[in-house]
Design a protein around this ligand. Structure first.
Ligand code: URA
Length: 270
C-alpha cells in the first residue's frame, strides 16, 4: 500500500484530532465526498424578472408554529413506562443537541432504587458508552455513592438510579440554553413520576435550574429542598456539587462528604 506523506508528525496529528473531537466533530457524516460546487449549480434558478425588470424573492411559505415545550409535555405525558419515555424522547425533534449526539442517554440503575441522582448532561465518555456518569466523573461518583452504601448496580435500599437533565451530548461544551432546559423539563418530570424515588440528589446547576428554578450550586448545596411533580408527593431533594466540578475543585470534596452524610442520614430516617 502506498504510504501517504504528511507534513504533520504523529503527535501533532493526534492532538489536532483530539481537538476536533473536543469541538464535537467526532464523526464522518457521509462515506462519499460531496462536491458543494456541483450542488450549487443544481440549485433552483433565480426567479424571472418582473415587468419592471426587478427580481423579487419568492413568497415565503408560512411554516406552522410549533411550541417545543407543549410538544414535549404531550409526548412525555403519554409515556406509561421507561421504555415509553425512551421512545418519546427518540421521537422528539426540537432539541438541537440531539443532532450532534451519538445516542440518547436515558438512565442507568434499578427502577426500584430509593435514590435518583440527576446530573447535568452527558459528556464525551457518556456519549460513547451510552450511560450517564461514565469515565473519570462516573468513577468518582461511584466512590462517593459506595461511601454511603449506595451503588448504581444495587436496587431498592442500596440502589442509586442515575439520569441527567439533558439526554444528549451537545455539539460543543457550551452550556445548555434556558430554552433547551425548558423543553427537556417535561421529560425529566415524567421520568421522576415513573421512577418514584424517595429521595433525589440534584448534581449541579442544571437540575437545580430545571426543578427548583434556582442556580448557584455553591450556595444551594447541602440544603434540602422539595420537588413535586404531577401532583405526586413532595420528594426531598438535595443539591450537591457535580463530581465533574469536584475533580476540578478538590477543596469542595469536604463539603461533598458532608452532603453525602446528610443524604445517608435522610435515607436512614425515612
Ligand atoms: N456526566 C453525566 O452524565 N452527568 C453529569 O452531570 C456530569 C457528567
Amino acid at each position: 500500500m502506498e504510504q501517504v506523506e504528511s507534513a504533520l508528525d504523529y503527535h501533532v496529528a493526534l492532538a489536532m484530532l483530539d481537538w476536533q473531537i473536543e469541538l464535537g466533530a467526532d464523526e464522518v457524516l457521509s462515506e462519499a465526498p460531496v462536491n458543494r460546487y456541483e450542488l450549487q449549480q443544481s440549485q433552483p434558478k433565480q426567479a424571472p424578472a418582473g415587468p419592471d425588470g426587478k427580481r423579487r424573492p419568492p413568497t415565503p411559505v408560512a411554516k406552522p408554529k410549533v411550541d417545543p415545550v407543549a410538544d414535549a409535555k404531550k409526548l412525555a405525558a403519554a409515556a406509561q413506562d421507561l421504555a415509553g419515555l425512551r421512545a418519546a424522547l427518540e421521537g422528539f425533534e426540537h432539541c438541537e443537541l440531539k443532532q450532534a449526539a451519538r445516542q440518547l442517554i436515558l438512565s442507568q440503575g434499578s427502577v426500584d432504587a430509593r435514590v435518583m441522582v440527576i446530573g447535568e448532561a452527558p459528556g464525551r465518555d457518556e456519549d460513547r458508552e451510552g450511560r450517564p456518569f461514565a469515565g473519570r466523573t462516573g468513577a468518582l461518583l461511584d466512590k462517593m455513592l459506595a461511601a454511603i452504601n449506595l451503588s448504581r448496580s444495587g436496587d431498592g435500599a442500596s440502589g442509586a438510579y442515575l439520569t441527567t437533565v439533558l439526554p444528549w451530548r451537545g455539539p460543543t461544551n457550551r452550556d445548555a440554553s434556558p430554552a433547551e432546559v425548558a423543553m427537556m423539563k417535561p421529560f425529566l418530570e415524567r421520568h421522576i413520576a415513573l421512577q418514584k424515588p424517595e429521595v433525589m440528589v440534584l448534581m449541579g446547576n442544571l437540575p437545580c435550574q430545571a426543578l427548583l428554578a434556582k442556580r448557584g450550586i455553591s450556595r444551594l448545596r447541602g440544603q434540602w429542598a422539595e420537588v413535586q411533580v404531577a401532583g405526586g408527593p413532595a420528594i426531598p431533594a438535595l443539591p450537591m456539587m457535580n463530581p465533574e466540578r469536584l475533580m476540578r475543585n478538590p477543596n469542595a470534596k469536604r463539603d461533598a462528604w458532608a452532603d453525602l452524610l446528610f443524604l445517608r442520614a435522610k435515607l436512614d430516617a425515612l
